[in-house]
Design a protein around this ligand. Structure first.
Ligand code: GLN
Ligand code: ZN
Length: 755
């Protein structure tokens, strides 16, 4: 008889009402002293454990004060030089995360293919390896004391930790492993001495590892294992299938965790082909840890049974496919969604209830959960009907994926009709979202202000900034995006098929939480979204005003997608809706239209072998939304991303007339790249960093422009900041843009000689 257990990989830290965030921020503001703060964090930990109490295996030390990768770095004493003088551990920890007056914070980047961001560990040759604290042990003890539970500490594995870190080259890797290994062993031995039964070692990076790496890492685990006696290791992978499955199952560990949801069926295929070791536990990720949707319990039960049918093992765990970090904690009692939608949702705590039901079904038979099965299917059926908004815009055979004329011909036509100066200046779209702007929106949302009052406020703000832009002397103006809270929410609210929650927060990074829109139904155009503001702005000036939209891929990547359509289909639906907006803008006389795709690169699949498929449809979606315009209409796009290299083909493939891209912080990397791989279309390399209030000098921007012009054709080069200016203040924005325009004027003098 196989023993069936339920397990979890990690739980959201933030609390159902973002209590965790609030404690942290109060502590940072010094509104809370350290003792109160630590006590509140303990409470948060205990509440999280309490919510998982029903499970057989409960993860600990996934909980953190900021980020679990930062925890691991600090635990192994990977402290960048610039912070080493800080003696107080908590101050040091937060300094690395958030920076200090004299030291910039550590870099932050996306956690695999999710929208969670982790702190990148920094290595240098002087890093002194030691175990500063056994954090999993401390967490284990706390939970043991409070609940008497033998919980399952979670540790970020050696391979994934090193893979996620920076500051070393390939030759140094071996040495880093060798030095880290004793620390891992010490940490695990201490857990063993404490009586811990299972440790979950997270190795998500193994899913995409090649055979050589998987072999090399195996020897690390052999060394680890040889030092341990009683504590058991579960090697946990997630977010995709394991390419080197055959090798992985030979690891000297006691259990292996596999994702059977985001694996495109490959893990199951591998298991069928190569079997699964009889002496190991299989921890099977069978509920989507990243999907907000309820599971069809019968379908899942059948799946688990077919999986179990392939196994001959003593113990079998069922669990979510990944940590539940990426989901809201639970449905809020005051959530204002329609019942039909609400009942189809499953957040972190609901996932755990689903797990428990599945266990019951496995042990006592399907009939024992017959009621619940019916309920889940019923809820999903109702959701399906609810999602039928009647707004489906089917694709047609004749859909346009290409502009009528090739770029070079469009360029000439556009230059003749737009009549812009050489090296035109522009901005990326948003101007400062001041407290007044936010207050105004709040008043309007609370119905303290009528539509009319709000509209006239927005108009006044647009007018004010059109005047400012004219005064500064910019060439292509924008309306400023004052009516938008957020570049996805604004469009989602006007398109069909989207829902917005009040309380469904998820952690983006540190204390920052977001409420991603939910795409539940067919996305379609219902009304003009940006025409009114853009046309108004255009009516105030003889300069060109650029229309401003968020692109289909970004809208998709920053939302929770529906579960019953492939992402490509959803992206195409959004693209068709945006196409109508693009056409409406064009019809209203707007001849420059920017479609932002800052999140395009974020959607890249984990494995490079899957990139092409994604990038192909991503570019198609963009072109579907932008290709129907006249050749004289200039399409811009924008990305806040400077590593051009890996997606340059896609950037080209978008066939935008102009792309503006972040550049100022990349230390000339991009220019170096362009030296060998020239980019032929319109290009605006950001000439100043918008992340800081600092006003850049004219000369430093001239230097950047001159440098760029050594590799970019002058007749299609644009001058603009790195990104939108919504987080800035008016004062520094105006000063910086004035300097930028001066820099452009000077650059033109030399450039015009060359043309
Ligand atoms: N148009 C947007 C803005 O200026 C672009 C923001 C972004 O790239 N994230 O705010
Ligand atoms: Zn940007």
């Amino acid at each position: 008889m196989t023993t069936i257990k339920t397990s979890n990989l990690g739980f959201p830290r933030i609390g159902a009402n973002r209590e965790w965030k609030k404690s942290l921020e109060a502590f940072w503001r010094k509104d809370k002293d350290v003792n109160d703060f630590l006590q509140e964090m303990d409470t948060r930990l205990k509440i999280n454990i309490g919510k998982q109490k029903e499970l057989d295996l409960i993860p600990v030390s996934d909980f953190t004060f900021y980020d679990h990768v930062l925890d691991t770095a600090v635990m192994f004493n990977w402290i960048p030089k610039r912070f080493r003088h800080i003696t107080d551990p908590l101050s040091l920890y937060f300094a690395m995360a958030r920076g200090t007056d004299d030291a910039v914070s550590c870099e932050m980047t996306k956690w695999f293919n999710t929208n969670y961001h982790y702190i990148v560990p920094e290595y240098d040759e002087e890093t002194e390896y030691k175990l500063t604290e056994n954090k999993p042990l401390a967490a284990y003890r706390k939970v043991k004391e409070e609940f008497g539970i033998d919980s399952k500490p979670v540790v970020l594995g050696i391979y994934s930790f090193v893979t996620l870190a920076k500051g070393y080259n390939d030759e140094e890797k071996g040495q880093i492993y060798n030095k880290l290994l004793p620390l891992y062993i010490q940490l695990l031995k201490e857990l063993e001495a404490e009586g811990v039964t299972w440790v979950q070692i997270d190795e998500p990076a193994l899913v995409a590892a090649d055979n050589a790496d998987v072999q090399a890492v195996k020897s690390l685990y052999e060394q680890i294992k040889s030092e341990l006696t009683s504590v058991k290791i579960l090697l946990q992978t997630y977010f995709d299938s394991v390419d080197e499955y055959k090798e992985l199952i030979t690891y000297p560990v006691d259990g292996i965790g596999l994702d059977f949801v985001h694996d495109k069926g490959k893990n199951f295929d591998s298991l069928k082909t190569h079997g699964f070791p009889v002496d190991k536990v299989l921890a099977a990720g069978i509920l989507d840890g990243r999907s907000i949707w309820k599971a069809d319990l019968e379908e899942r039960l059948d799946f688990i049974q077919s999986l179990a049918g392939e196994l001959d093992i003593a113990e079998f765990w069922i669990q979510p496919s990944s940590s539940l970090l990426h989901l809201p904690v639970e449905k809020h009692p005051d959530e204002h969604l329609d019942e039909e939608l609400l009942n189809g949702l499953s957040f972190a705590t609901d996932k755990l209830s689903e797990l428990n039901l599945l266990k019951k079904g496995l042990i006592s038979g399907k009939t024992s959960i017959q009621e619940e099965i019916k309920q889940s299917q019923n809820d999903l059926n109702i959701l399906r009907q609810y999602a039928e908004t009647g707004n489906r815009e089917e694709g047609t055979q004749k859909e346009l994926f290409h502009r009528e004329l090739p770029f070079e011909e469009r360029l000439t036509l556009q230059q003749n009709s737009l009549k812009l100066p050489l090296l035109p200046t522009t901005t990326i779209g948003s101007f400062p979202q001041t407290t007044e702007v936010r207050k105004a929106r709040l008043k309007w949302r609370k119905k303290e202000w009528s539509d009319q009052e709000y509209e006239s406020f927005i108009k006044a703000e647009i007018k004010r900034w059109i005047d400012i832009q004219e005064e500064i002397g910019l060439d292509v103006l924008v309306h400023g995006e004052f009516e938008r809270t957020d570049m996805v929410e604004f469009f989602g609210e006007k398109l069909s098929g989207f829902a917005f929650t009040k309380y469904a927060w998820v952690q983006s990074y540190g204390s920052r939480c977001v409420r991603p829109p939910i795409i539940y139904g067919d996305v379609a155009f219902t009304e003009e979204m940006t025409v009114k503001e853009t046309v108004y702005a255009q009516s105030l000036t003889s300069k060109k005003v650029k229309g401003m939209l968020t692109g289909p891929v970004t809208i998709l990547n920053w939302s929770f997608p529906r579960y019953d359509l492939p992402k490509k289909e959803i992206a195409f639906q959004i693209a068709r809706a945006l196409k109508k907006e693009v056409e409406a803008l064009e019809k209203a006389g707007i001849t420059i239209i920017q479609v932002d795709e800052p999140a395009l690169r974020e959607g890249l699949p984990l494995k490079e072998s899957d990139w092409n498929e994604y990038l192909t449809w991503a570019a198609e979606a963009f072109r579907l939304s932008t290709s129907s315009v006249e050749p004289t209409t200039q399409i811009h796009t924008h990305m806040c991303y400077s590593h051009f290299e890996d997606i340059v083909d896609t950037i080209n493939d978008l066939d935008a007339d102009v792309i503006t891209i972040e550049h100022s912080r990349s230390h000339g990397e991009l220019v170096n790249y362009l030296k060998n791989e020239p980019y032929e279309k319109g290009l605006g390399l950001g000439v100043y960093d918008i992340h800081s209030p600092r006003v850049p000098s004219v000369q430093e921007m001239i230097d950047i422009i001159d440098d760029a012009l050594t590799v970019c054709p002058t007749d299609r080069f644009w001058i603009n900041p790195d990104c939108g200016l919504k987080t800035r203040q008016q004062k520094e924005t105006v000063a910086s843009l004035k300097n930028m325009v001066d820099a452009a004027k000077q650059a033109r003098k030399t450039a015009s000689v060359q043309v």
